[in-house]
Design a protein. Structure first.
Lengths: 387, 625
């Protein structure tokens, strides 16, 4: 048993932790960073409503408070519980996904959520977390030899592509891509050989022309508009053009809080949801934008630190997986509003107005926190503590 | 757990790779931000301002038009409009119903309003009715509480208080058509009217003024949030005309129902004092919008009320042209004033017989008596001697055959034919007989009343190339300058020749037997010298001539002669010239001369009256003789 010297010799064996121990282990700095980002969100939503808590800022605050509660609760739960139940959670999310698919077919057009009274639940958001959990569990006990066998990779690939296909069918290209990319990152971290990734990337590049055929008309249009938004400044290219105008006119230091003309005069579409970063950067300029990016990066650093520090492969994979999902959220969103990637409906995490994404992300961070609290707990292949 | 340690190491290694990738991507985001927000910031700042600020035009008031004594001829009236803002009404139909109880709204208007409401954004006011009376405005205002979404808006509309009087000189205003668009942004204003016809058109740019602007902040759907800046425009230039509306009114009344035109002008300054063309039209109707019926009436009337006959009516000048023939022959020294020509009532040239208007002939005629009696044979003979080319050249010198250059649109040139013209237009050579016919103002020769008045003015002012005008001031695109007394170019005609012509014209009106003796002015100091003209519009056949030529009143209107008279007054010290043309009016001496006499009396009386009142009538021209 060769292991680096534990920090606290008295707690060498953390197989069983009391609730008191766990509360002591809560990473408050991580919560502080999350709260800072959410705080920026509240202020921006307040400005988006022309200086009013209604209709967005107040609701968002309540959701965040609720989300933090859920996060701490999730963090308190033993990491082994999450591992044991990873497949159940995945199955539950999959059933919900199929349910919206069926409901959408019966009802009219695309439907992405289930109304459960107080909140509209988006199964695809749950699936993002559930997929990380179940893949982490799958790879947790895998040896290099097993991972090296192609047949071993078939079940996790199915785990990825079944929900990705369902989400794609909704149609929600952005979420489907996020599922595939976060799963890809997890495969990579689990130790799948580099050349296999090279092969898959080459194959998918080759299949772009084929995939193009399967895209919906509006999805094709979005890609084409992304390639040249100025072709259609008042039509579908309007969003991205106005977003770039808002960003650019903000300049280095911005137009001042609550003084963004593009957003105040409604030239900026969806300013409280997908385009909220634009509104923030119009009012606060590049400096504001960089501060926000800095906070997000800090969060990533936390995620990585926790992942690397974790003793169990499951904890490492979950912490890294959630961090990657979070990264994908904010990267795709900001790159989209800056015109770097096509317009896809991905919200800015913790800032965009919206319940499900906020709650599922904080749930995710709860898992990361749980991995942090239980970082020294060894987990057996079946999810029991061994040693 | 050996392998777990290995996995941990690999995890850290790969985390470094992926983490590095993420940092790179975040770096790309920062670079993109730098590009958009620093490098391209100026471009996007401009675009954002363009989005935000919308510039609206403010229409300046159109310049007023007054006559020479300051009497208003064209003014701007408040046009009270009732408008509806759809988004402020609980129900558009309900509000319109309520409004309809107060002011009349046609079914057509209702359909139009519904259509516009659908087409425009709901906060844009839509005109329900224009030109409300003050009473209607008051009724709407009193009931404002029950009329949500109804607003009263004040615009300006052009009004011509004298209605048809002077309508041809004023012209009218109406909406801009596609082909009339210029660079002026005012034209884009809905409801903007531009001048069409008359001085409204020729001085349109000056009358329009310069537009003001109001910069407003608008939101994405175009709703005005607030006004940022307002720049008032410049009102249009006020235009004062040389016309005297009192005399204009008299002249129009005197012409009555005839299809006729009168021009009275100052022979020294070129001021057009009267320019009447009958029948006339009411320019207000164009601004209001003509009904189909009104338009049909105006456009198909054989007496063409829309045309300003004073500048656009081209008539054979008849005997009023004889002064040109005489001057040409005198100046070329092809005749002497004393030379006599015997008139037996016709002149034979080759196989053709050219008749004098007096069948039994005038006997021996010299220059003065030739003019006095308007003896055709005398002028046939002197034209034959001097040749047509010299006559045409003289006519052109006196302003015939080309537009005079009066400041009115659509002036016609008339025609002084010559060999080159005939070859081109008719592909024929010039026949000697045509010299005779054109020398007495028949044949191809045509002139407009303003040309005839100008010609007479040039005879009366001693041979100076006066040019008529209707605006008192010199008006460029946007500036106004007083007309300084112009030094007109000399026409290079000897004083003696002109004196002889004037002597002939004096005898026409003032010596017994003169063709206009009956229409003379007897008041001392107002005597008038003139020349009659009766222009045939049909060919008199040999057969008809044998059976006796039909009198004009026996003929249908379209076949009657045009009656013409040109004159100047007072005889001693001329100041005014006049040209009267009565289309198909009959004889010049019987119809046109009395009209000219009556108008000239009024003109001179008015002038005398103003001198008596201590007005500032002074002699503007030192060359007066």
């Amino acid at each position: 048993m060769l292991r680096p010297m534990p920090r606290m010799p008295s707690r060498l064996n953390r197989t069983e932790m009391s609730m008191r121990d766990k509360v002591w282990q809560i990473n408050w700095s991580l919560i502080a960073v999350l709260a800072s980002i959410a705080g920026i969100g509240f202020a921006t939503l307040y400005s988006a409503a022309q200086g009013s808590l209604e209709p967005w800022a107040l609701k968002q605050m309540i959701r965040f408070a609720l989300g933090i509660g859920i996060m701490i609760a999730v963090a308190m739960v033993d990491l082994r519980f999450w591992m044991r139940n990873a497949y159940f959670i995945y199955a539950f999310a999959l059933i919900l996904l199929v349910a919206v698919e069926v409901k959408g077919t019966i009802g009219m057009g695309a439907q992405r959520w289930i109304d459960i009274g107080f909140i509209q639940l988006q199964p695809s958001e749950i699936m993002k977390i559930a997929l990380i959990l179940s893949l982490a569990r799958y790879f947790h006990g895998a040896s290099f030899q097993e991972i090296g066998r192609p047949i071993f990779l078939i079940p996790p690939l199915l785990m990825v592509f079944i929900p990705a296909g369902l989400v794609m069918k909704q149609p929600d290209l952005g979420t489907a891509m996020m599922l595939v990319m976060s799963a890809g990152a997890l495969f990579f971290m689990a130790g799948v050989r580099m050349w296999k990734f090279a092969l898959v990337i080459a194959a998918s590049l080759g299949s772009i022309p084929v995939a193009w055929q399967f895209l919906r008309e509006y999805q094709k249009k979005r890609v084409l508009i992304f390639l040249s938004p100025e072709d259609d400044p008042l039509g579908a290219g309007y969003h991205i053009t106005q977003s770039k105008i808002a960003l650019g006119s903000g300049g280095m230091f911005g137009k001042g809080y609550m003084m963004g003309t593009q957003s105040r005069l409604n030239f900026l579409p969806e300013k409280q949801t997908d385009f909220i970063f634009t509104m923030f950067a119009e009012e606060w300029g590049m400096m504001g934008g960089l501060v926000l990016l800095g906070l997000y990066s800090l969060l990533l650093a936390f995620g990585y630190a926790i992942a690397i520090r974790c003793r169990s492969q499951f904890g490492r994979l979950v912490a890294h997986g959630i961090t990657t999902i979070f990264f994908l959220y904010f990267f795709i969103n900001t790159a989209m509003v800056m015109g770097l990637v096509p317009v896809v409906g991905v919200p800015l995490p913790l800032i965009s107005y919206g319940g499900t994404a906020m709650l599922s992300l904080l749930f995710g961070w709860g898992l990361v926190m749980s991995a942090y609290i239980h970082r020294d707990v060894p987990i057996s292949r079946r999810g029991m503590s061994d040693d | 757990m050996y392998h777990d340690n290995d996995r941990s190491k690999m995890f850290s290694r790969r985390a470094l790779i992926l983490g590095g990738g993420k940092v790179t991507l975040i770096g790309a985001l920062a670079a993109r931000m730098y590009y958009l927000q620093v490098m391209e910031a100026d471009k996007y700042a401009v675009l954002a301002e363009d989005n935000r600020i919308s510039t609206r035009l403010l229409a300046p008031p159109r310049g007023l038009i007054v006559d020479r004594n300051g009497i208003a001829m064209a003014v701007n009236q408040h046009n009270y409009r009732v408008m509806v803002v759809a988004e402020r009404t609980p129900s558009l139909d309900y509000t319109l119903d309520a409004l309809a109880r107060i002011v009349t709204i046609g079914d057509g208007d209702r359909a139009r309003i519904h259509k516009e409401v659908r087409r425009r954004r709901s906060f844009v006011p839509i005109s329900v009715r224009e030109n409300l009376t003050w009473e209607e405005v008051a009724r709407v205002e009193v009931n404002a509480a029950d009329l949500p979404g109804i607003i009263i808006d004040v615009g300006q509309s052009r009004h011509y208080p004298l209605e048809s009087l002077g309508a041809h000189i004023l012209g009218y205003v109406s909406a801009v058509s596609e082909s009339e668009l210029t660079e002026d942004p005012l034209e884009e204003l809905p409801g903007f009217r531009i001048g069409k016809g008359g001085v409204e058109r020729i001085y349109d740019m000056a009358l329009r003024g310069r537009h003001g602007t109001s910069s407003v902040e608008v939101n994405a759907v175009g709703r005005v949030i607030r006004e940022l800046e307002r720049k008032e425009g410049e009102p249009g230039v006020d235009l004062s005309l040389t016309l005297d509306v009192k005399l204009q009114e008299y002249a129009a009344q005197r012409l009555g129902d005839e299809s006729a035109a009168v021009v009275v002008m100052d022979i020294h300054t070129g001021d057009v004092i009267v320019m009447a063309s009958t029948p006339s039209f009411d320019p207000n109707s164009f601004n209001r919008g003509l009904t189909t019926e009104e338009w049909k009436d105006l456009s198909t009337n054989p007496r063409s009320p829309l045309s300003n006959k004073a500048i656009a009516g081209q008539f054979a000048p008849g005997s009023t042209f004889k002064m040109m023939t005489a001057l040409a022959a005198l100046e070329a020294r092809d005749i002497t004033p004393e030379m006599r020509v015997f008139c037996p009532g016709h002149m034979q040239m080759g196989s053709i017989k050219f008749h004098c208007w007096k069948k039994e002939g005038h006997g021996a005629q010299d220059l003065v008596s030739g003019i006095k009696n308007s003896c055709d044979v005398y002028f046939y003979e002197i034209a034959r001697r001097t040749g047509y080319e010299k006559i045409a050249e003289m006519a052109r010198r006196f302003g015939l055959g080309a537009p005079t250059g009066v400041d009115l649109p659509n002036e016609r040139p008339g025609l002084i034919p010559d060999k080159a013209w005939k070859k081109k237009a008719l592909k024929q050579g010039w026949y000697p007989g045509e010299t005779l016919v054109n020398a007495i103002g028949q044949g191809y020769v045509t002139a407009t009343p303003i040309q005839l008045a100008t010609m007479t003015a040039r005879i009366a002012n001693g041979g100076f190339a006066v040019i008529p005008h209707v605006a008192r001031d010199q008006i460029a695109e946007k500036s106004v300058r007083s007309r300084i007394n112009p030094i007109w170019a000399s026409l290079d005609v000897s004083r003696q020749s002109l004196a002889l012509i004037r002597k002939g014209m004096f005898s026409v009106s003032n010596e017994p037997g003169g063709t206009a003796y009956k229409a003379r002015i007897t008041q001392e100091g107002m005597w008038l010298s003139g020349k009659t003209g009766s222009a045939q519009v049909r060919r008199i056949t040999m057969r008809e001539r044998e059976g006796g030529v039909k009198k004009n009143d026996q003929l249908p209107w379209k076949e009657r002669d045009h009656a013409l008279f040109v004159a100047y007054a007072p005889d001693e010290n001329p100041r005014y010239s006049i040209a009267v043309v009565v289309e198909h009016g009959g004889g010049g001496s019987a119809v046109a001369a009395p009209i000219a006499r009556d108008i000239m009396i009024e003109v001179q009386k008015r002038d005398l009256a103003r001198v008596a009142e201590g007005g500032t009538v002074s002699d503007p021209d030192p060359r007066r003789f």
